[in-house]
Every structure is written in structure tokens, then in C-alpha cells.
Design a protein around this ligand. Structure first.
Ligand code: ADP
Ligand code: MG
Length: 740
């Protein structure tokens, strides 16, 4: 047997021996497992705990701070910090950290012990208000896109009180995490959260102004809501560890198609495999403790692919919770001998993974009568119907104007494999509204509703019946990147490994900009002779007329749509470099700066960080691929070639015909083809190294080098199909996807 495959076969044996891992759920004194509601949020210092532990006036101030999206008042910080520390100590916490989201897509934390010394030099646990509010990580190595040069490397993190502090449990010990923003000393946003929070404020401000114009004057704050469906793959650790590509890039750079992929459509919503189910239960248990409301779990379309979705929350908390979910997925997977793959396209020819961002806007901080009202819910009363149409019009306008920016917000090397690959929404941003809503908009456009009483006319159109209709029927377009689903939009094009912060920031900004336009035209129409209702309908009509190009109900995967989109003049930005270029267009800069979401410098930094990350990711992939070819694929092919060659020689010396001769010559051909293609790939790498700007590198990588990578891969995959199985060192698709 060829020795290359020994480790692979051992991995298969290991996987066959695995059993679902049991974990002990928390129990009451009688030993009965606790209900989820009995331990949900034990590791979170939420509003209920604050109310219990804080003096009334401090609690009231804190809630006002949170409701109004403001910074914490220093005067109450010490009291809040003390209460948090006392609570944390009862839960055996020893350290605290500011938990923040630099522009790496992941989170960052630096732990400090509560340990301190009192005036008599006795050890105590201490945690001050200023430690709660602010910390100064030595942060010069975080990406800043040139915004912060090393000689002014200082930045600081500041608690975002709207996201509650929580405890992270480790194998040995517990840490108090303080969700924070990360800012330079000049006030520039160095992270993902600052701009998200700014965008939430702007959207709220604009939405309140808009609602005020139609008589909803009691609304004080509107927040975007977000429910994030997270797709992921689970692969056995033993297989994962044998694949340098998975270890280095979370994507298989080589791998022949298995005879069975997902064509039998037997995995989606199928019964969850026992080991995966055991994993999910433990993962959800960890999340419940931290107050992450995970609700739905199921098999996804591809073999070994799954989804977890929470109950939606305010967008900044949902963003934190999605980061936590990704971390917990990774950690708990290891306990179950799985590796979780959050990459957008870990397996060629098999569905990739997305992160569907379900998004809407909800009234909050405005009293019990209004709080919780969803602005994208058509509502039951004529007034709510009209409000819904107006809000919808604003969102449509925003998405139409900023389609390119929205595309940029989801651009990454991983997502390039998904978008437009006949499985995920394409790189063209369009809006799907569904039959019924389309009919209503058509009626408004034709003017059939311009009756004496426009509110009654709208009701007649059946807007209020929309939620029921949308919930009940199959009027869902899963090919659309931005689909209306009854009372929210689903931004489906976001990649599975991405932070939701940037896409949601841009979406909030686009909607706020749409609202700004709507506000202007509504103000102009609110004249003495016009009622609010007819003015609203006129504005809605105008928005409908102006946003036709962005509306598409058909199959987004079809070639026809690509041509149609081109005719309509809406952007089709296939690859990351051209998508990212949208970030530095004058109109993007102007819009985001005007809204005070990103300064020009901050936006330029996003562009640079993302371009750089794209280049780095691809260079790592190429390096990994070259080394796999050199140290694994070619050696396996040579060994098998050697074995065949000596068998052929043997036959010849015996004077018999050699049945292996054909394979030997095909193999020889593939080997020399692989050698040639590897040289081409390496040459293009040298070309990249010679370039000075990251932009040029990115463009060359996207358009030339990725195809040289595919050429190398294609030969490797052919080799996999003819090299004897016991010579092949890499776990195969059929093993990774169907055995774990
Ligand atoms: P599907 O897979 O059918 O699209 P899921 O139940 O998996 O639906 O996910 C729907 C997501 O949308 C959930 O996270 C849910 O909480 C979220 N959602 C529902 N209503 C809203 C809303 N008003 N705002 C934001 N998200 C919402
Ligand atoms: Mg779902």
C-alpha cells in the first residue's frame, strides 16, 4: 500500500469509532434538568439584573442612556461597575476584558484580573467605573487601513452600554466581557461597531422625522432589528487536520467531485445526524447561558451543512450575538471532534454557506403603545398601511441608489465563490417584493387609488392582509439577494463568515438616505390643499416610478437576468476588487460623510483594510496550494507512477503486454501538465510580488491568478480520479461530507 494514504485511512477508522458526545445539562437540587428558561441568560448582566442590583435612580439613568443610544454618564459608572463586579464574583469570574470588533471580521479581547491591592497592601478584587467605561489596548497591530500610523498608535475601547456585559466561560476560569467600540484618540472608528451604532442613530433620527410628518409624533426612537440565519459545515477533526487547505484557508483548494453530491436533495430539513444533533444541543446550551436566543436548527441543502437562527433582536445586539455564535460554534465543535467551517465556499460543486440578514425597523423607547411596532409590517389600520408604504418606498429608494455600496458591503474573497455561482444570490443587487405587494404598487402607480379617501383606498388594496398572505404562501424567492418576506427584508447575499456589522451599517445608511429623499418630497407636498394621505400616496408613487430598475421578481440565477440588469443599468460587480471600488466613489463618500457614519478617512480605511485582506487571503491560498501540490499531490502521483512503471517493466521483461501501460501514460501526461501549470501559477505569484499597490495586486489576483489556481486544481482533481485510492493522502469529498 502507498504510505501516503495511511493517515487518511486511520482518520476514517477514527471517525467510524466516534459516538455522539454527551454533556450534562444543569440540574436542580433534585437532579432534574433545568428548563432553558430557568438558566437562560445566567451569564449576562441584563436589564432585569441591573434593576435588581442598582439603586433606582442609577438604573433609570442607565436605561435612558441605553434607550437613547447615548454614552454612559461617568457619574453613575462607579455604581454600575460595582454592581457588575459583585455579580461577576458570585459567578467565580476572575478577569474582565473589553470585547471589541476590530476590522478583522472577528472579535478581540485582552484580559485583566480583578486582582488589586488595598491601602494596606492586602489583595482585593477591584473594578472601577473608569475600567468599565474605557480601556487602552496596545492596539497598534490591528488593521486600520493606514488611518493610524504606528507613531500615534494609541486607541481606546469604550463600553457600548446598549449591549449588556456577559461572562465567557473557559475550561479553567471565567472572564467578564464588556462589549465595546474601538476608537482612535482623534475619534476615528477603528472597528466595525462604531459605524454600526452611528448608522442606527441616523436611521432612527430620519425614521422619526418621517413618521412625525404623517402624524406619528410620539415616536422617539426607531431601531433596526436583525435576525441572522447562520449556515455552516461540520467536518470531522481527523479529516480537517489532514487537509492543509482547510487548516490554512478553511476552503478545499483541491478535491474531486463525489459521485453523490446534493442532487438527491435528501439533506435539506432531513433528520439531523446524531453527532451533529449532540453538538447543536451543547452549542445552544452555551449560547442560552449568555442570553443568545437561538431558536431554529436544521440541516441545510448540502451534505454536512447546517443552519442555526436566533430570534431577532436590535441590530447591534444581534451583531454581537452573531459574533458570539460563531465563536461558540468553533469552540463547542472541537469538543465534539468537529471542525466548523464558516467559509462561504468550502467545497467546490457543493452549495456554499451564507448568512441571511433578516432586517426591519422597530419603534422603541416611545412608550408601551408604540414600542415593538414593526415599520415594515403592513399593519392592520389604514394609517399603518400608509406608513408601511411610505417606509417601504424609502427603503426601495435607498437600495436603488446604493446598490453598488450594498454589494461592496458583502465583498470578500470567500463570497466571490458564492455570488453568481448558481446557488447564492448573484453579484447584482435587486429587490424582490412578491406578487401581492407588486400588485399593490402597480395599482398605486396607475393611480387607481387616488380616490376621495386615500387611506380607505389603500385598505381596499389589501395591504393589511399582506403579512398573512406572505406567511402562508410559497411566494418566496430564494434567488433574490434582497427579498421582502412579509414584514422584513432578507439580505441574503451576506457571506457566512462575515460580521453583520458592515452590511447592516450600509443597509441602515441606504435606508436613512432613502428616507431623507422621501422626507424632502413629502414636505414639498404637504401643502394646505393636500391631505397627509394623498401627499403620502404621491410620494410613494414617485418612489415606485423611480425604482423600477432595481425590482426583479424572476430567477436571479439565470443568464437572462445578467443581460437584463445590464440593460437596466444596475451594477453587476462580480469580483471583490470592483465591488470594493464602490466604497471610494465620491457619491459614497459624500452620502456616508453627510450622515456622519463614516468620515472620508474612515471609509478609505475600510477600502484599504478589505482590499488588503482580499490580497492576503488569496496569497495564503496560493501558497497553500503550491505546497500541497509539491509535497502531497506530486509525491502521490510519482509513487503511483513508479509502481505502475515497474509493473510495466516487469511485463516487458516477461514478454507479456502490460495492462497498466495506458494508465501509466495518462498519469505521465497529467504529471507533466501539473508541473507546467504549477510553474504558471508560481510565475503569476512573482508578477504579484512585483506590483507595488494592493489595488493592482487585487485586480490581478481576481482576474488572472484565480484562473491559474483553477487550472492547477483541475489537474489535481483528475489525478485524484486515477491515482490508486491507497496512494491518495488527502481525505476525499465523499469521506469528509458523508462520513462525519
Ligand atoms: P427562513 O429560513 O424561512 O427564512 P428562519 O426562521 O430560519 O426563516 O429565519 C428567519 C429569521 O428572521 C429569524 O432569525 C427571525 O427571528 C428573523 N425575523 C423575524 N421577524 C423579524 C424582524 N421583524 N426583524 C428582523 N428579523 C426578523
Ligand atoms: Mg432559515
Amino acid at each position: 500500500m502507498g504510505s501516503g494514504a495511511n493517515a487518511r485511512f486511520e482518520a476514517i477508522r477514527e471517525v467510524n469509532r466516534r459516538t455522539p458526545r454527551k454533556f450534562d445539562p444543569p440540574r436542580d437540587e433534585q437532579g432534574k434538568p433545568l428548563r432553558v428558561s430557568e438558566f437562560y441568560g445566567v451569564n449576562t448582566f441584563d436589564l432585569h439584573k441591573m434593576k435588581e442590583q442598582l439603586p433606582k435612580e442609577v438604573y433609570t439613568k442607565l436605561v435612558q442612556t441605553i434607550d437613547m443610544g447615548k454614552k454612559l454618564d461617568r457619574e453613575i459608572a462607579n455604581t454600575v461597575a460595582h454592581a457588575i463586579k459583585e455579580w461577576a464574583l458570585t459567578r467565580s469570574v476572575t478577569h474582565f476584558c473589553h470585547w471589541f470588533q476590530p476590522q478583522t471580521g472577528a472579535t478581540a479581547e485582552k484580559h485583566d484580573a480583578f486582582l488589586s491591592f488595598d491601602d494596606h497592601n492586602r489583595p482585593i478584587e477591584a473594578f472601577s467605573g473608569s475600567q468599565l467605561i474605557q480601556s487602552e489596548p496596545d492596539a497598534s497591530s490591528f488593521p486600520s487601513g493606514g488611518m493610524r500610523t504606528t507613531f500615534e498608535a494609541r486607541g481606546y475601547t469604550a463600553w457600548d452600554p446598549s449591549s449588556p456585559v456577559f461572562i465567557m466561560e473557559h475550561t479553567n476560569g471565567r472572564t467578564l466581557c464588556i462589549p465595546s467600540v474601538f476608537i482612535s484618540y482623534h475619534g476615528d472608528a477603528l472597528d466595525e461597531k462604531t459605524a454600526l451604532l452611528r448608522s442606527i442613530d441616523v436611521l432612527s433620527h430620519k425614521a422619526c422625522e418621517l413618521l412625525g410628518l404623517i402624524g406619528d409624533t410620539g415616536v422617539k426612537r426607531v431601531v433596526p432589528t436583525l435576525g441572522v440565519e447562520q449556515e455552516y459545515f461540520l467536518i470531522d477533526r481527523s479529516f480537517f487536520n489532514l487537509r492543509p487547505d482547510l487548516v490554512m484557508t478553511v476552503r478545499t483548494l483541491i478535491g474531486g467531485q463525489p459521485p453523490k453530491g446534493q442532487q438527491l436533495e435528501d439533506h435539506y430539513f432531513g433528520s439531523i445526524p446524531a453527532r451533529a444533533q449532540a453538538f447543536m444541543a451543547e452549542m445552544e446550551y452555551e449560547l442560552y447561558k449568555t442570553g443568545v436566543p437561538v431558536k431554529t436548527r436544521h440541516n441545510e441543502v448540502a451534505p454536512s451543512q447546517f443552519e442555526s437562527a436566533p430570534i431577532f433582536e436590535e441590530a447591534n445586539i444581534a451583531t454581537d450575538h452573531n459574533q458570539l455564535l460563531m465563536e461558540v460554534l468553533r469552540k463547542v465543535a472541537l469538543r465534539h471532534n468537529f471542525s466548523v467551517l464558516l467559509h462561504e465556499k468550502p467545497f467546490e460543486g457543493i452549495n456554499g454557506s451564507g448568512k441571511h440578514n433578516n432586517w426591519s425597523m422597530s419603534i422603541t423607547g416611545s412608550g408601551p403603545d408604540l414600542d415593538g411596532d414593526n415599520l415594515l409590517d403592513p399593519g392592520k389600520t389604514p394609517h399603518q398601511n400608509l406608513r408601511f408604504l411610505l417606509v417601504l418606498a424609502g427603503v426601495m429608494k435607498g437600495v436603488h441608489t446604493h446598490a453598488g455600496l450594498l454589494r461592496a458591503s458583502i465583498a470578500s474573497a470567500g463570497n466571490d465563490h458564492r455570488l453568481g455561482a448558481n446557488e447564492a444570490p448573484p453579484a447584482i443587487i435587486s429587490i424582490f417584493l412578491g406578487d401581492m405587494l407588486n400588485r399593490i404598487l402597480d395599482e398605486i402607480e396607475k393611480g387607481t387609488t387616488q380616490e376621495q379617501n386615500p387611506e380607505a383606498a389603500v385598505l381596499k388594496l389589501g395591504v393589511s392582509k399582506l403579512p398573512e398572505v406572505m406567511k402562508d404562501n410559497a411566494d418566496r424567492n430564494r434567488t433574490s439577494p434582497f427579498a421582502f418576506t412579509g414584514n422584513k427584508f432578507e439580505f441574503r447575499a451576506v457571506g457566512s463568515s462575515a460580521s453583520t456589522a458592515f452590511p447592516v451599517t450600509i443597509l441602515n445608511a441606504a435606508a436613512a438616505d432613502g428616507f431623507t429623499e422621501i422626507i424632502e418630497s413629502l414636505k414639498a407636498r404637504l401643502t394646505a390643499s393636500n391631505t397627509i394621505e394623498s401627499a403620502v400616496l404621491e410620494v410613494v408613487k414617485e418612489a415606485i416610478l423611480g425604482t423600477h430598475p432595481i425590482r426583479f421578481e424572476g430567477n436571479n440565477y439565470s443568464e437572462d437576468w445578467v443581460k437584463e440588469a445590464e440593460r437596466r443599468g444596475i451594477p453587476n460587480l462580480r469580483k471583490t476588487p470592483e465591488a470594493l471600488a464602490e466604497l471610494i466613489k465620491p457619491e459614497s463618500k459624500a452620502m456616508l460623510a453627510k450622515m456622519m457614519i463614516f468620515t472620508e478617512a474612515e471609509l478609505a480605511s475600510r477600502y484599504h483594510v478589505r482590499t488588503e485582506r482580499y490580497v492576503k487571503n488569496l496569497l495564503i491560498e496560493i501558497d497553500t496550494l503550491c505546497s500541497m501540490v509539491e509535497t502531497q499531490i506530486l509525491p502521490a502521483a510519482y509513487a503511483y507512477h513508479g509502481m505502475l512503471a515497474s509493473a510495466v517493466l516487469n511485463c516487458k521483461s516477461l514478454g507479456t503486454t502490460a495492462p497498466q501501460a495506458d494508465v501509466l501514460s495518462r498519469l505521465g501526461g497529467l504529471i507533466s501538465s501539473l508541473q507546467t501549470k504549477r510553474v504558471v501559477l508560481e510565475a503569476s505569484l512573482h508578477k504579484i510580488e512585483a506590483l507595488s499597490s494592493e489595488e493592482e495586486k487585487a485586480v490581478l489576483l481576481a482576474h488572472e491568478v484565480t484562473s491559474a489556481m483553477s487550472d492547477v486544481r483541475q489537474v489535481c482533481d483528475e489525478l485524484e480520479s486515477i491515482v490508486a485510492d491507497d496512494y491518495w493522502p488527502l481525505p476525499k469529498y465523499r469521506e469528509m461530507l458523508f462520513l462525519s
